[in-house]
Design a protein around this ligand. Structure first.
Ligand SMILES: Cc1cc2nc3c(=O)[nH]c(=O)nc-3n(C[C@H](O)[C@H](O)[C@H](O)COP(=O)(O)O)c2cc1C
Length: 234
């Protein structure tokens, strides 16, 4: 049987960029481990300052994914707020224009599901789907040595983007997930991370459920003039 994403493979970088969006509902179909391996392998070609290659990626699928979900389920009930995070996901008092962008992103997302702003329980329930990798059969955890600084964190981000673009080439979709920063101890224990390693980000990987309303979300981008200056040109 043809895999569910076969008809939707990106064949150019621009197509991969344009068709990548954060997927928040996946089909349960398994992804062949050889495909996951090809993706994380190709992404090693990402650049990094001094060629440090400061990324570590852990792949959860099959039995390991089942064990991880079973470990987390009771913890989510007992401690819905998670564990003390090891880093802040956003600066405190996020300023403009970032504050408004973040707000709009959340509003647009919940609007796809018809969840009203005041319906906090429904929003929390939807947010909690993060901790099931949105039903994806594969979860990735990106880990960095805690002695590294901002430049190396940026390198890990480049590796992650390469993974997301390569996923498109294989007809797969992804959702990068910083929400996993709420479970650093549980993840470190599960992955048996050495003390110098810390979790940066998770990522769901699998075949997109094309019928799920939440996957209709297409976020906008500020115009080029807001992020790019052609120096000396008017
Ligand atoms: C590093 C990083 C972490 C993210 N963490 C989450 C997350 O925890 N949960 C989630 O639903 N989306 C998460 N996102 C997805 C962003 O909300 C999304 O990339 C942004 O709104 C732009 O939308 P798009 O990815 O569909 O283009 C994350 C994205 C990045 C790059």
């Amino acid at each position: 049987m043809m895999n569910p994403g076969a008809a939707q493979r990106a064949v150019s970088v621009s197509e991969a960029l344009q068709t990548r969006s954060s997927c928040r509902a996946f089909l349960p179909d398994a992804v062949p481990l050889a495909t996951v391996r090809a993706i994380v392998d190709a992404a090693r070609q990402s650049p990094s300052g001094g060629n440090l290659q400061p990324w570590q990626v852990y792949v959860l699928a099959g039995g390991a994914m089942a064990r991880f979900r079973a470990l987390l389920a009771p913890k989510l009930l007992a401690m819905p707020g998670g564990e003390p995070p090891e880093y802040p996901v956003y600066p405190s008092n996020l300023h403009e224009p970032y504050r408004s962008r973040r707000f709009k992103c959340g509003e647009d997302l919940y609007a796809t599901l018809g969840i009203a702003r005041a319906d906090r329980p429904a929003r929390l329930r939807q947010f909690a789907r993060n901790y099931d990798f949105f039903g994806a059969p594969v979860g990735l955890f990106f880990v960095i040595d805690r002695r590294m600084g901002p430049p190396q964190w940026a390198d890990v981000g480049m590796y992650m983007q390469s993974v997301m673009l390569m996923a498109r080439e294989h007809g797969l979709h992804t959702c990068p997930q910083e929400c996993w920063s709420a479970w650093p101890r549980t993840i470190a224990e599960f992955l048996e991370l050495p003390p110098e390693s810390m979790l940066f980000c998770g990522m769901a990987l699998g075949y997109r459920d094309e019928t799920a309303p939440i996957n209709t979300l297409r976020t906008d981008r500020a115009p080029l003039a807001e992020c790019c200056t052609f120096v000396g040109e008017s």
